[in-house]
Write a protein that binds this ligand. Sequence first.
Ligand code: SF4
Length: 387
Amino acid sequence: MDTKAIVAVKKAQKNLVDTIEEVLELLEINFRQYKGKEVLIKPNVGVPAPPNKGINTSPQVVKAVADLFLKKGAKVIIGESSGVMDTTSTCFEKSGFIELAKQGYHMVDLKDKNLEYVKINIPNGKHLKKIVIPRIILEVDCIISVPVAKTHSAEVVSLSLKNMKGIVPDSFKKKFHLIYGVHNAVVDLLKAIKPHLSIIDCTVAQEGLGPIAGTPVEMGLIAAGIDPVAVDAVVTKLMGFEPLEVRIIKLAHESHIGTADLQQIDIKGICLEEEIRKFKTPEEVLKEILPTAETLFISPKTCSGCRGCVTGALWELKNKNLLKTLENYTIITGPYEELPYIKENKVILMGNCTKPHKEKGDFFIQGCPPWPGDLIGIILGEPVSKI
Ligand code: SF4
C-alpha cells in the first residue's frame, strides 16, 4: 500500500528554531542523516525589499533553519540568485540577509561569475533537455527550499516549487518566462534537481499584487514536507486556492514529482479547514484599484519583470492617490501578436516585448525589464521615451 506524503504545519513560536524542529519531527525526519553533510538552504530573496513584508523569505526564518541544521551537525550554506533585475548582493543587503553574512553564516551568491557552472541533462525533460546550474548545487548533499508564501501575478502562488527557479543563471530565467513558460521549465528542472526538503515561511506572507507589490499577511505558520508538491498544495489551500488550479502544482503532480491530491497527504500539526484564509489575487486587487477595465492589459506570456514593474508603479500611484490620472490611459505589457486595445485612450506600451507594436502606441517604455519610474513619469506628464 502506498504511504501518504506528510506535510506538517505549526504556529510559529518566538523561538523559531524550536518551531522548525517540531515541524520536522512531525515529518519523522531522522536528523542524524545530516551529521557532517553539506546542506544548502535556498531562500527566496529575489528583490531588494525590506524584510518581513512577505516579499522575500524572512531572514529570521532562514537563520532558524540554518541554526537547527548546524545544531544537528550539518555544514550549512545559504545560497540564492536574485531576480534578473537586481544583483544578489543588493537583495541580501536590503532584505536583512547581510546581517547573516556578518554573523558568519556561509552565504553564496548563486550568480557569482567566479562559481563553476555545469550543464546537466534533464531526464524526460519535455521542454528543457539540458540546463546550466552552479556546480555547488550538485555537490551539496541536501537542498532545502525555503520560500515565503505569496501570491504571484503569473502563477497564482509562488512557493517551494517555483523557488527552485532561483538556482539557474539569469539567461535561463528569462527563457523560462518567455520561451518555455515558468511552470513547464520549473517542472522539467525538478526532474533533475528536486529539493530534499521544503520549509515554507508562512510567518508573514503576501497577498494581492504579488510577487513584489502585494500586502503582508500575518499567517504566523511554518509548513514543511519532504514532497515539495504536497507542501505547496497544502499551503496553496491554506491561502484559499485550489492546488490543482495552480498550473505549476498541477503539472508537477501530473509529472509525478509529488502529489497535490490532498486526500493523499497526511497533514499534521493543524486542522487545515480551520486555518484557511482567502488571499486576494493580483487580479482582484487590480480590479478594485484601476479606474476602468481598459486601463491595463497584461499578456499571459508577460514575465515577472514587466509584471513587477507595472504592479509596482500602479501601487505607487495608488499610495499617492493618483490612480484617477490613469483614466485616459491604457497600459499594455508583454508579448502580443496583436495589440488588444488601440482605441481612444492614450496607449502606453511597456517593455521591449511590446516594441514590434511601437508605432501603434502613444508612448513606448523601453527596457527589459523597463523602469517603473518611466511609467509614473508619463502618467504625471513627464514622459521619458515619448514616440
Ligand atoms: S520586456 Fe518585460 S515581459 Fe518582455 S522579457 Fe523583458 S521584462 Fe519580460
